[in-house]
Design a protein around this ligand. Structure first.
Ligand code: ZN
Length: 140
């Protein structure tokens, strides 16, 4: 078995100021747009997240990374210097979600669905024809 350091890099990214950077060595899920009130408060509009297996994610350095418990079942990782929202980590989840805007391009990813649409803002419509799900809040 190759060690994790020898596995090919699938994606990289980081926060606005570059204090928090990450590398993903493994499959990256396509992007979900989450319209829950928590994402909307945090991101100013809906949240857009890719995801990966937590074992495939390397975060470095971590001294500026902070975690905010956004609900009883999840926490959000952000940069304490620039404030960028980077990660969603759900209790018992088999994946960690990565804010799509923090990925370096080309991502090779696509927006594939909308979730928590029952909590979307009243000032916009979702009209791109992609699948929509109600879903419980804070499950990215
Ligand atoms: Zn930063």
């Amino acid at each position: 078995m190759p060690t994790s350091q020898e596995r090919p890099i699938r994606a990289t990214g980081g926060c606005l100021c570059g204090s928090v950077r990450y590398t993903i060595r493994g499959a990256v899920r396509d992007v979900w747009a989450c319209h829950c009130i928590l994402c909307r408060r945090l991101h100013s509009h809906f949240g857009a997240y890719a995801a990966c297996d937590p074992a495939d994610l390397e975060i470095a350095p971590t001294n500026k990374l902070r975690w905010y418990r956004s609900s009883p079942t999840a926490r959000r990782g952000f940069c304490s210097k620039c404030g960028a929202q980077i990660f969603w980590d759900g209790k018992g989840s088999d994946h960690i979600s990565i804010a799509a805007g923090t990925l370096n391009e080309p991502t090779g990813l696509k927006l594939i669905k909308h979730i928590c649409v029952n909590q979307k803002g009243d000032y916009y419509e979702i009209a791109d024809g992609l699948p929509q799900a109600g879903q419980e809040p804070d499950r990215l």
